[in-house]
Design a protein around this ligand. Structure first.
Ligand code: GDP
Length: 470
């Protein structure tokens, strides 16, 4: 049967009538919860900073923190006390996530949550950073500001490329709308303005000219994760004089509160990719899952479709951080209890959809990707990869190398190239081994994000530009 190519067609949901609550959520200037992914070179201080952030936002109490300090001293690694905040919070729930991303939630302000996505490990950070990024609205790129630290992470000599450059490109290729660049370890350079300016200038040129971010998308914040400097406005009085004498900008928490969720356009029907299957939470019942509402909203009592299985279900209850709600809008991380459905049909990577406007399952997609420096063998027609998108993973084959394109402008450099090598941008047509649920980037900034992996290494990442419907 002939297939139809579906791109970012604005008329895709022409018949969809949003509820007034949904419309309000779509036009709210605050835009709901803020999901960020922490990126940066190994040892830049990502874990330490995440721990500090959770503490500043009261997600870790003093007692737990004292225990961390004591435990880490006892094991002779006192500098890791903060990093341990991230790693030692017991998971209350059976998590069925296939990809190793950890997720911490806390209250950002009033009624908004901050959801921090990162990887528990240290060295093998890149692939996990990327899967974490699939839900993110913004990136936090952590830079080691110490003498030599920045230079090492930013190096671009053959055989040693610092992860700073790669992570920045990944953030852009995945379509993250803003980047908070944290210049960390400012305690090592006496909080000097000159050093901060030097690092910011170098990064700014790179991020704008080579990566394609715009000035408005970037915020630079000097901090010390270890000393807890310039993390939260609540301890502004404690800023060291050396920093207070010249710095007038935001703290890290201010910068996070100011993250602009990109305009969402017209309200669209429900899409909630299942990130995990929840068992043993009595209030949710026997068929329950967690995830982030990427479009539309969820309401208690609502009928929906689980795709691609195409089975119906009824929303029994919705919980936000363990608290039952009747309605949850776009952008919220929720746990959902379902009834009238066999729990066997709930799978990580499936998508909960509006009953009369479900997602179109597809086994053929067009993607625009950037290859990473881990691509050792060129991509060819017929290359086999594992495709990851939101929480799904699926075997796939590259059917066609459509074009090589310019990384910054997206203009075609070469049509139908014979191969694509590392650190190039390309448009590819890919066939998946089964039906998957993704959407073109024009329709969904998050459900379009994909990564291609081979032998457990991330070779390319980017966004879906079109799908084929049979
Ligand atoms: P990650 O690999 O990016 O997660 O980095 P870690 O958080 O594990 O930190 C790497 C090393 O840098 C550890 O020894 C930390 O104690 C140290 N470190 C982290 N933040 C700071 C900081 O603000 N100042 C100083 N002087 N050291 C820091």
């Amino acid at each position: 049967a002939a297939k139809t190519r579906v791109g970012g067609d604005a008329t895709a949901f022409a018949g969809y009538e949003a509820s007034s609550a949904e419309r309000a959520a779509y036009t709210s200037p605050e835009g709901g919860d803020v999901h960020v992914v922490i990126l940066g070179h190994v040892d830049a201080g990502k874990s330490t900073l995440s721990g500090r952030l959770m503490y500043a936002l009261k997600a870790v109490d003093d007692r737990a923190m004292h225990k961390n300090v004591r435990d880490s001293k006892a094991s002779g690694k006192s500098s890791f006390a903060w990093a341990w905040v991230m790693d030692c919070r017991p998971e209350e729930r059976e998590r069925g996530v296939t990809i190793d991303v950890s997720m911490k939630r806390c209250v950002l302000d009033g009624h908004r949550q901050l959801v921090v996505l990162d990887a528990p490990g240290h060295k093998d950070f890149v692939p996990n950073a990327i899967s974490g990024a699939s839900q993110a609205d913004a990136g936090v790129l952590v830079i080691d500001g110490a003498m030599g630290g920045f230079e090492n992470g930013f190096a671009a000599t053959p055989g040693h490329t610092g992860q700073t450059r790669e992570h920045a490109r990944l953030a852009r290729a995945l379509g993250l709308h803003s980047l908070i660049v944290v210049i960390n370890k400012m305690d090592c350079v006496e909080y000097g303005e000159e050093r901060f300016r030097f690092v910011v200038d170098a990064l700014q040129n790179f991020l704008i000219d080579d990566v394609g971010f715009s000035q408005e998308q970037l915020t630079f914040v000097p901090v010390s994760g270890i000393e807890g400097t310039n993390i939260s406005p609540d301890d502004a009085a404690a800023l060291p004089d050396a920093l207070a004498s010249w710095y007038r900008g935001p703290t890290l928490v201010d910068a996070l509160r100011a993250v602009k969720i990109p305009s969402r356009g017209a309200p669209k029907p429900l899409r909630m990719p299942i990130a995990d299957i929840i068992t043993e939470v009595r209030s949710l019942g026997g068929a329950a899952c967690g995830g982030k509402i990427e479009a539309g909203s969820l309401m208690k009592g609502q009928k929906l479709l689980v795709m691609p299985a195409n089975v119906s279900a009824t929303v029994k209850c919705v919980e936000v951080d363990g608290i039952a709600v009747d309605f949850a809008p776009i952008g919220t991380s929720v746990d959902v209890g379902l009834s009238d459905v066999d729990s066997r049909h709930l799978e990580v990577g499936s998508v909960l959809c509006h009953a009369s406007h479900p997602i179109t399952p597809t086994d053929e997609i067009e993607v625009r990707v950037l290859t990473t420096d881990m691509l050792r063998v060129p991509l060819l027609k017929g290359s086999r990869v594992v495709l990851h998108s939101h929480m799904l993973a699926c075997d796939a084959t590259i059917e066609e190398l459509v074009a090589q394109v310019d990384t910054v402008t997206g203009d075609v450099v070469k049509a139908s190239p014979r191969c694509i090598t590392r650190e190039q941008s390309a448009i590819l047509r890919i066939r998946t081994s089964r039906n998957i649920c993704v959407e073109p980037v024009e329709i969904s900034p998050t459900l379009s994000r994909v990564t291609l992996r081979m032998n457990g290494k991330t070779m390319a990442l980017g966004v879906v530009t079109a799908i084929w419907r049979s």
